[in-house]
Design a protein around this ligand. Structure first.
Ligand code: COA
Length: 187
């Protein structure tokens, strides 16, 4: 078995940027084509103040995660997250998320949050009016299309809301978050 490592980025040479850009393009062709656009996204993830990790198997880049501070240093947005299609369901996504959560926590992070779009009818939250019975629909969410919200639930994230029609009518963004501290909220 090849050694796996979840490495902090930077350092990021051109080969790593290129490999991550290729992963993004493969997973999200609508968002990141052409490759130059995907490359720009990777460079953006490496800007000052942001944090990122790459999953390596030997010298092969198999996954990538980034996060950026959005509310001082307490609230961090996780974006993007990708694992190569041949390397999924081997625990790499979970390892990347755990590592970036540690990095955010070390910088004062209290909450990690993200938006995960459903533009292609993969969940029961698409193709309906989410202004109507919003929380009822969220509580009853189903996942016939293997949408990644189930992955995020598996690693401790809760659905905390939706942005109805974020990507066009009936194409919502699903908002999820996780507390990074074990301390309870004072009552
Ligand atoms: C989402 C993604 C990062 C998950 O990475 P991964 O390495 O396959 O995830 P893991 O192997 O750590 O999965 C951990 C658990 O999450 C759940 N899970 C993972 N993918 C899932 C899916 N597609 N549907 C339902 N549950 C899923 C499972 O419970 C899994 O445990 P199991 O394999 O023991 O059943 C990967 O599928 C991916 O890159 N997808 C394309 C890009 C994407 O959608 N990114 C997120 C956009 S917001």
């Amino acid at each position: 078995m090849t050694d796996r490592a979840i490495l902090p980025v930077p350092p990021a040479g051109p080969a790593l940027v290129e490999a991550v850009a290729a992963l993004l393009l493969e997973a999200f062709p609508q968002a990141y084509a052409p490759l130059s656009r995907a490359r720009e996204e990777v460079e953006d993830c490496l800007a000052e103040g942001r944090i990122a990790r790459a999953a390596m198997e030997g010298d092969r880049v198999v996954g990538f995660v980034g996060a950026r501070p959005r509310y001082g240093t307490t609230g961090w947005e996780l974006h993007p997250l990708v694992v190569g299609s041949c390397d999924r369901r081997k625990g790499i996504g979970s390892a990347l998320v755990a590592a970036i959560e540690d990095d955010a926590r070390a910088r004062g992070g209290v909450t990690m949050y993200l938006g995960t779009d459903d533009e292609t009818g993969r969940t029961s939250l698409s193709g309906c009016d989410l202004y109507d019975r919003t929380w009822d629909r969220i509580r009853r969410i189903r996942n016939p299309g293997g949408h990644p919200f189930a992955f995020y639930q598996a690693v401790g994230y809760a659905i905390v809301g939706v942005i109805p029609d974020a990507n066009g009518l009936g194409k919502p963004d699903i908002l999820m978050a996780k507390r990074l501290l074990t301390t309870d909220v004072p009552q």
